[in-house]
Design a protein around this ligand. Sequence first.
Ligand SMILES: *Cc1c(COP(=O)(O)O)cnc(C)c1O
Length: 382
Amino acid sequence: MAEADGRTLGDEEVAAAERVIRSGMLNSVWGVEARALEHEVAEMYGMRHAIACSSGTAALHLAVVAAAPDPGDEIITTPITDFGTVAPILAQNAVPVFADVDPSDGNLDPDAVAKLIGPRTRAIMAVHLFGAAARVDELRVLADAHGLALIEDCAQAWLTELPAGGTGPRPAGTVGDVACLSLQQWKHITCGDGGLTLTDDAELARRMRLFSDKGWDRAAGRSHAAFGLNYRMTELQAAVARAQLAKLPGVVAARRRTAQELLAALEGLPGLRLPRPEGHAWWLFPVVLPGGQAPELAEHLRQAGIPARAGYLNEPLNHAPVWNGPVYGASRYPLEGYAPRPCPEAERLVAETLLVIDWNENYTPDHVHLIAQEMTKFRARP
Ligand SMILES: *Cc1c(COP(=O)(O)O)cnc(C)c1O
């Protein structure tokens, strides 16, 4: 299959970049684009504060800073995610505790999370994996019962919808204390690299803004109020992101339309567990093969020219080599004596049962037809 190009970069982004360059101001401290992007994203999500920063990983670092773990505190998260979810935990000298996932979609299992909450737990970081809503309402109840922060990693979940609450539809990212978005090249929308955090809490917003700008309260002269780094988004990134943001609803709608077509075409095919479409934003199209065989199916699809991978990761993050070595210099702090917990469901998904098919807004019915045909052929093999 000629791989459909999933990007929506065009004249609008060229005009945005040109506007910034011609203005002569590329830095967001003195520019207008990043502040405008923050305003537009906050409005789209119905949140009070948005903070633009340099990447999704930076956004997650800001979220961990907002949760303010003491060194050695624990943050519970999922072993099936991008390492950008986990690196910020270590960066704040906190300890990641991996909870197992729901075998139907790879999202955090709230019962597994509940069992791991202890005296050092400070926060829960949920990831809306591949664009499917994680069970954040249940995690919110847990977090509130134990006085924990809840962080939502929405890097793969632009405009994912949560199951309707009392007040109607809500996007993923509106239940946690802080939500994080990514604008990296292969996310729903992009400015190459970029990130945003969302929160309704003015104090958390202040803490994140300070950290993203070297602890520099710009209203207070040249004075540094707290530890921080430089995670500022540039005006070029922000202007391109604004042009992309305008296209986001169309991008998600197109992905939903073709994903529904594939779901319909695969319905009833034995040995496949199809994703639940409700609210899904289809960053990827995941399929679970409860009997194993995901690696074989991935190979079959690749031979037919369809971009698909088994397992998503080489190994779930609780098995990443990073846990075996030092963290800072020769020191293992804060991981002395640390061994990540086994997560049997995540391990089985990654090794045997999970298949992800690349998805994007430019897929056509022909792409869908070819994928369905090859999956059916694989299933019909003796
Ligand atoms: C992409 C991604 C990140 C990291 O975002 P970057 O912008 O690449 O730093 C974090 N979490 C998840 C779930 C992601 O998909």
